[in-house]
Design a protein around this ligand. Structure first.
Ligand code: NAI
Length: 398
């Protein structure tokens, strides 16, 4: 494999390398904290001065708390690693820039083109985008081979997973070097092909989409679906509670982007029930109202504790999730091991979906999908050809 010509050259160099962060919101601040805790000087830039001041205050508060809990020895020492910039000229010494600004392709492209002029020739440029094409972002640069996706999960200091996404232009050696760097930061990096939703945001879609479909058809109410997935499935949160937690402005928009980016594949079709919540600005927990009502004193609906119904719901959603994981493997989006790591460490699934398929048996999973396909005659329920082949060959995935 060719070695990268870019900044991450050897361990001594890595330790001293200054990391630049663009965007001081939730993700930018969290990634900055991770980089500083790994020993790097960090420059944080935001076009909004108030946001930058807020980030400084938040970081200082977080580090004080970590010191009180004995997790770090000196908050002041760590805080001294940060500098807060209102001009990208201050990125001139950086070896790596990670962009975490608004999720808008045109804005990101403009920022990458501008930042490239301010950094050294060997500086790596990374984007934390959750749904945009890294290849398109790279195309805005004079040296697109230095651009890569580094997709962290929220909150970055607590979530181990980082998806490393090469654009089609990215220099081959850079991927391995970014992966090594993320491991040095204490993260669990996986490599994902530059396709919509990468690994996690693609494979997790049926957790929301199929739950919404079951709800819209009136097969069960939200509380019952959530109860089925937590009680029988062992998921930490049910789909409706989780969508409310993520926020419909984020979760719905990711679904819509993935759907459009997959040339309107019905597997990823968004739901009107969720779209209406967004239109009403009932964004979930953060606005006090989403699928559930979070107002003080409001009662949470009780599930129908019908185990047979719960099993039907769980089987249907899990079959769709497994199909998505198997199809991602089939299309070389990632390796089997990386798919398992991504779903257990990025969204805390109780088990890897490929291991779950092995446990269930590919033939059993296929039978459930074919039954749905025969019932609905919708392309949404088509089984991956790899699942079909594995069922016939009685093959295991992990
Ligand atoms: P945020 O809204 O909390 O922060 C974005 C920050 O970027 C704001 O402080 C804003 O002032 C700044 N900004 C906007 N345009 C700018 C520009 N042109 N130049 C410099 N600064 C600019 O957003 P958040 O949630 O931190 O997301 C940032 C990125 O990370 C997005 O691409 C998002 O898709 C991605 N992401 C978000 C996750 C989440 O759970 N929030 C998870 C993983 C990725």
């Amino acid at each position: 494999m060719r070695l990268s010509a870019f900044a991450v050259k050897n361990s001594k160099h890595i330790q001293q390398m200054t990391v630049g962060i663009i965007g001081s919101g939730a993700m930018g601040t969290g990634i900055a904290q991770v980089a500083a805790m790994a020993g790097h000087p960090v420059v944080i830039y935001d076009s909004n001065e108030a946001a930058l001041a807020r980030a400084q205050k938040n970081l200082s508060g977080t580090l004080q708390k970590l010191q009180e809990k004995g997790k770090i020895t000196s908050a002041d020492e760590l805080m001294a690693r940060f500098s807060f910039a209102n001009n990208i000229v201050q990125f001139s010494n950086c070896g790596l820039i990670i962009e975490a600004i608004v999720e808008n392709l045109e804005v990101k492209k403009a920022v990458f083109a501008e930042v490239e002029l301010a950094v050294s020739a060997d500086c790596i440029l990374a984007s934390n985008t959750s749904s945009l094409s890294i290849t398109s972002i790279a195309a805005a640069c004079k040296k697109p081979e230095r651009v890569v996706g580094l997709h962290f999960f929220n909150p970055p200091p607590l979530m181990a997973l980082v998806e490393v996404i090469p654009a089609i232009q990215t220099e081959v050696g850079l991927v391995t070097q970014c992966k090594d760097l993320m491991s040095k930061w204490g993260k669990m990096p996986v490599i994902a092909k530059d396709t919509p939703g990468f690994i996690v945001n693609r494979i997790a879609r049926p957790f929301y989409g199929e739950a919404l479909r079951i709800y819209e058809e009136g097969i069960a109410d939200m509380a019952t679906i959530d109860w089925a997935m937590t009680t029988i499935g062992g998921f930490k949160m049910g789909p409706f509670a989780l969508m409310d937690y993520i926020g419909h402005d984020v979760n719905y928009v990711v679904t819509e982007t993935v759907f459009q980016s997959f040339f309107f594949d019905p597997r990823y079709k968004p739901s009107f029930s969720q779209k209406r919540l967004l239109e009403a600005c009932w964004l979930g927990r953060k606005t006090g109202r989403g699928f559930y009502n979070y107002a003080e004193g409001a009662a949470m609906p009780e599930p129908t504790r019908d185990e047979q119904l719960a099993k039907t719901i769980f089987d249907r959603i899990l079959a769709m999730l497994i199909n998505e994981a198997v199809d991602a493997l089939h299309l070389n989006v990632a390796s089997a091991a990386d798919i398992e790591t991504a779903m257990t460490r990025g969204v805390n699934y109780p088990k890897g979906l490929l291991a779950w398929c092995d446990e269930w048996g590919a033939a059993n999973c296929l039978e459930k999908l074919d039954a749905l396909y025969n019932e609905y005659h919708e392309d949404r329920y088509r089984a991956s050809s790899l699942l079909r082949k594995s069922a016939i060959a009685n093959k295991k995935f992990v």
